[in-house]
Write a protein of this length. Structure first.
Length: 317
């Protein structure tokens, strides 16, 4: 088996610069704690990893199936609040609350999106944009349960040390991204969802004419995207030790689009490139005298990329 893995690495990874860079990148991420002694840089990488899962889940739904979702923060927020509420009222450990929160995000998000399955284009986008705003009002309306404007605080850490948290999140990110990559791989011999998602994106009417139940697969895309966004949201809540209304914000929804478009849509690794480029850059600028202009700098960079690299940065790697 090791010989076969070595052969696959030699002939499938080494000849492709992008794959080789990805391997080097993940190796660097794994050895980072050996050279970093403070929590802040590792915290930036942990949050970037969670945002990476979040961005790839958006790309799976909006990039691969063409269901342009302007309210993906709905899933992220349900995962965060679901995990926080389960810990607060049931006292269950994070591994259980995060998983159940993600399942809840997939189930509730898919149910709320059912009316939108026959919508296309701007109508679908506007409908999904309204859902996080609706959930925000629900959270505000039951302050005795959700904590209202203050949110829920005092969540436990997922590990006893920062390094432990870092490696758990890194492994979750790698496994999540690999699963989503396999589910969207149109050339896979074993999983056909990728081919069907591509067909729905290119021509939904033609896909339906060939016998594909497009409604079922669109629900599946919402569920898969919601589940992994919920995983990211639940872990995020435990990393910052709380869940607040910000997880449902429009900024959260549009950030994930910016990261994905910057890196390159319909590529899985493109959103990761976008997140690990823009998020640490913004945080780094935030520690300099130019901190008041960090978002302006990010917007200028994104505009330049859209002008000169409209397919994203990742296609040039």
């Amino acid at each position: 088996m090791l010989r076969r893995l070595a052969k696959n690495f030699r002939f499938s990874v080494l000849p492709v610069p992008g794959r080789l860079i990805a391997v080097i990148f993940f190796v660097v991420l794994f050895i980072c704690p050996l050279f970093v002694n403070t929590r802040y840089p590792l915290l930036i990488l942990m949050i970037a990893s969670l945002y990476g899962i979040f961005a790839v889940s958006w790309d799976l739904l909006s990039g691969y199936t063409g269901q342009l979702n302007f309210g993906h923060a709905l899933f992220f927020g349900i995962g965060a609040y679901g995990s926080a509420l389960l810990y607060k009222y049931a006292g269950w450990p994070p591994v259980v609350t995060i998983l159940l929160g993600a399942i809840g995000a997939a189930a509730i998000g898919s149910a709320l999106c059912l009316p939108a399955l026959r919508l296309r284009g701007p109508y679908l986008s506007l409908f999904t944009l309204a859902l996080p705003l609706l959930m925000t009002e629900v959270v505000r309306g039951f302050p005795e349960i959700t904590g209202g404007y203050g949110g829920i605080r005092g969540l436990p850490r997922i590990a006893d040390s920062t390094v432990g948290e870092y490696y758990i999140i890194l492994l979750v990110m790698i496994v999540s991204v690999l699963i989503m990559w396999k589910l969207t791989d149109a050339g896979s011999k074993y999983v056909r969802t990728g081919l069907i998602f591509h067909a729905i994106r290119e021509d939904e009417i033609a896909a339906r004419a060939t016998g594909i139940n497009t409604i079922r697969y669109k629900i599946l895309a919402f569920a898969i995207g919601g589940f992994f966004a919920g995983i990211a949201g639940g872990l995020f809540a435990h990393i910052i030790k709380g869940a607040g209304l910000g997880v449902f914000s429009m900024v959260m929804s549009f950030q994930v689009i910016i990261w994905s478009v910057f890196g390159g849509m319909v590529s899985i690794y493109g959103p990761l490139v976008g997140v690990f480029t823009l998020y640490p850059l913004v945080e780094l600028v935030g520690t300099t005298p130019a901190s008041d202009y960090k978002f302006i700098i990010m917007v200028v960079i994104v505009i330049l990329i859209l002008l000169f690299m409209p397919e994203g940065v990742a296609v040039w790697i």
